[in-house]
Design a protein around this ligand. Structure first.
Ligand SMILES: Nc1ncnc2c1ncn2[C@@H]1O[C@H](COP(=O)(O)OP(=O)(O)OP(=O)(O)O)[C@@H](O)[C@H]1O
Length: 197
């Protein structure tokens, strides 16, 4: 049993996953009592552990080997110390076992011009920008998350707006509050004096 929840922060490239995760980890580290969350950047795993079959020049992206990637992810979140507390930063929920993950946060940027500017400032080609914008408009990541973890009213998928700078702070606070609620409901029980005995 985990003592902290595992959370995927998902969403179309450029919606603010990495920025939100960084803010969440910083808030959790400063909280009293401190919440021991840890960041699992799937981008880094793909690169460092070579879970890909090369770079696609046309799509300007690494071609991810999903099977190899999920083997590496499993080593960390399922076979590791099992304590949980992983904040998983990836554009997709595909391949993740439902049992590994307690909450999926899907960040949304429905202001298409804002997302366009974020993606074009990375030097992405028009085709790649358009592909990502279409995915955002059609809610592809959101649908994928609901297929695995249920409808938002079931409580395991949350969609949060990530358009303005204030949204980052607000979203990080909401996720941290969700973690605290989870600890209260599922975490190790104490006898009331905080000793756990
Ligand atoms: N809510 C927001 N308000 C203002 N700027 C934002 C917001 N979210 C993200 N940004 C900016 O957009 C850019 C992309 O953010 P970030 O790298 O966090 O996105 P990402 O979803 O992790 O992208 P990728 O999937 O490609 O890793 C950054 O410059 C970040 O500062």
């Amino acid at each position: 049993m985990r003592s902290l929840p595992n959370i995927i922060v998902a969403g179309t490239p450029g919606v603010g996953k990495t920025t939100t995760c960084a803010q969440l980890l910083s808030l959790a580290a400063q909280a009293s009592p401190r919440v021991e969350l840890r960041h699992l950047s799937i981008n880094e795993i793909v690169k460092e552990r070579e879970c890909h079959s090369g770079y696609d020049e046309e799509l300007q992206t690494l071609m991810v080997d999903d099977d190899k990637l999920m083997d590496e992810v499993e080593k960390e979140i399922a076979d590791g110390d099992g304590a949980g507390g992983w904040i998983i930063d990836w554009h997709s929920t595909a391949g993740f076992a439902v049992r590994w993950v307690d909450l999926v946060v899907v960040l949304r940027c429905d202001e298409t011009s804002v997302l366009y500017d974020r993606l074009s400032s990375r030097g992405y080609k028009d085709e790649k920008i358009q592909e990502n914008m279409d995915a955002e408009i059609f809610g592809v990541v959101s649908e994928e998350a609901r297929d695995g973890w249920g409808e938002p009213e079931d409580g395991r998928v949350v969609e949060l707006k990530s358009v303005e700078p204030d949204d980052i702070e607000e979203n990080a606070e909401r996720i941290l509050q969700w973690v605290r609620n989870w600890i209260q409901d599922h975490g190790p029980k104490t006898n009331g004096n905080g000793n756990g005995d």
